[in-house]
Design a binder for this molecule. Structure first.
Ligand code: FAD
Length: 397
């Protein structure tokens, strides 16, 4: 059967950005496999949960973001055989490829915490991690006048590591302005020993949490949800002790891993417990299969999984894939750049940008990004979304 010159699996932030860049470089014969008819700009979901943006602003029909000249196959990839260079698709067909870009994102393991799958979306449990639940976060925040609110962060890699705590700050700021903050006990549960990986920003966030009176439980994770009794179990990762906490509102973020078919494929990194795809951290090429590249949430890279990281990875993958197609070694390098816009109030934000060495790598070197800033909040709310749709997805930015 005919082989597709380039197969891109996943039409999310990463897959569409790479396809657009390859098209701009004149590459033909690109097939993009994406089962969904909707493309989501997920960074907006924090603002949806915080009552600052409508859900529909995060959604566009997939067909409108697929670059001209790219063939869209509305199928789901079910398996990949990198030796035969084939991908098995839903419906049973096989797609043969010469070059492969793997970008199917990650899987949310709602079943990873007993009781969570049953409770989310009901029982005063919400999550900004899925579009069906993000609007409910705002409903619960808006209606809360007293009681206990718990925000949890799973252990293991997750997309946008700041999102589990940003929503706690947005909620607290809303309650402060409503003058009910002193009647609400807020608990933030995190697996790490600090609030943020980079010490400079961690210190600022400690101040933010203290300002709102948030009880921070470090080195702990959510291990059970009892939606009927509105009770959760939080387990200490330091000594295994368990604590039951009654809640009136729970914002939970599920554990995350590679999709099952990736995890069981020869492309998964044996060193990744969650089965993410192996890649050279700088060239993003698979270590064993030269014509396979990966990026975005599914890639096993020692940096935070964000759309901002995808923006820097996409040009590297496109250039290095072109090199490979032309028989040259990959020439572009990714330095691990990622960024996390940490919303700390309804009109304030910290923009944390750093690389593989956790070195701050500011886009705007002249402004102090270790301070909560209103201009950065405006940037997140009004500049980044159009920059995403018009710049990043079209391969211009
Ligand atoms: P996705 O954009 O998730 O796309 C994956 C695509 O693959 C989807 O379209 C899916 O349908 C498709 N797919 C899945 N399985 C298959 C299959 N088997 N076959 C074919 N296609 C498949 N990033 C930031 O930079 N800043 C932020 O402020 C920020 N905030 C966030 C807040 C929240 C609440 C969330 C959930 C995420 C946030 N992110 C943020 C992270 C950002 O959205 C992701 O890192 C980014 O979308 C990753 O792009 P991706 O293409 O790898 O995955």
């Amino acid at each position: 059967a005919r082989r597709h010159r380039v197969a891109v699996i996943g039409g999310g932030s990463a897959g569409v950005s790479v396809a657009a860049r390859l098209r701009r470089a004149g590459v033909t014969g690109i097939t993009l496999v994406e089962p969904s008819d909707t493309h989501w700009y997920q960074p907006l979901w924090t603002l949806v949960g915080g009552g600052q943006a409508p859900l529909h602003a995060s959604r566009r029909p997939e067909g409108t973001v697929i670059p001209d000249g790219v063939h869209w196959l509305r199928r789901r990839a079910l398996a990949v055989d990198p030796d035969a260079r084939t991908v098995t698709l839903s419906g049973g067909d096989e797609l043969g490829y010469e070059n492969l870009v793997l970008a199917p994102g990650l899987r949310l393991d709602w079943d990873g915490v007993p009781g969570l799958a049953e409770a989310v979306g009901r029982d005063r449990v919400s999550s900004n991690y899925a579009p069906e639940y993000a609007p409910r976060t705002w409903e619960l925040i808006r209606n809360m006048r007293a009681g206990t609110a718990v925000f949890t962060h799973p252990s293991g890699p997750l997309k946008c590591g700041g999102a589990p705590q940003k929503i706690a700050y947005l909620a607290a700021d809303h309650w402060r302005r409503r003058k009910v903050l002193d009647r609400i006990r807020i608990i933030l549960v995190l697996p790490d020993p600090t609030l943020f990986k980079v010490p400079e920003w961690s210190r600022v966030l400690e101040g933010v949490a203290a300002r709102y009176g948030i009880e921070v439980r470090l080195r702990s994770e959510l291990t059970a949800v009892d939606g009927d009794r509105r009770e959760i179990t939080v387990t200490s990762l330091a000594d295994g002790t368990k604590e039951s906490i009654g809640y009136d509102f729970l914002h939970a973020v599920p554990p995350q891993s590679a999709p099952g078919w990736i995890r069981t494929s020869p492309l998964a990194d044996p060193k990744s417990p969650q089965g993410f795809v192996a890649a050279d951290p700088h060239t993003l090429q698979h270590p064993s299969y030269d014509t396979v590249f990966t990026l975005g949430d599914v890639a096993n890279l020692p940096t935070s999984k964000t759309g901002a990281a995808v923006r820097k990875q996409a040009p590297v993958v496109a250039a290095n894939l072109l090199d490979t197609m032309n028989g040259r070694p990959p020439s572009r390098r990714y330095d691990g750049y990622t960024s996390c816009p940490l919303l700390t109030a309804h009109d304030r934000m910290l923009l944390a940008e750093f690389d593989y060495d956790l070195r701050p790598t500011p886009t705007f070197p002249l402004i102090d990004t270790f301070k909560e800033r209103r201009d950065m909040w405006l940037f997140k709310r009004f500049v980044l979304p159009p920059a995403y749709w018009r710049g990043m997805l079209t391969g211009r930015l």
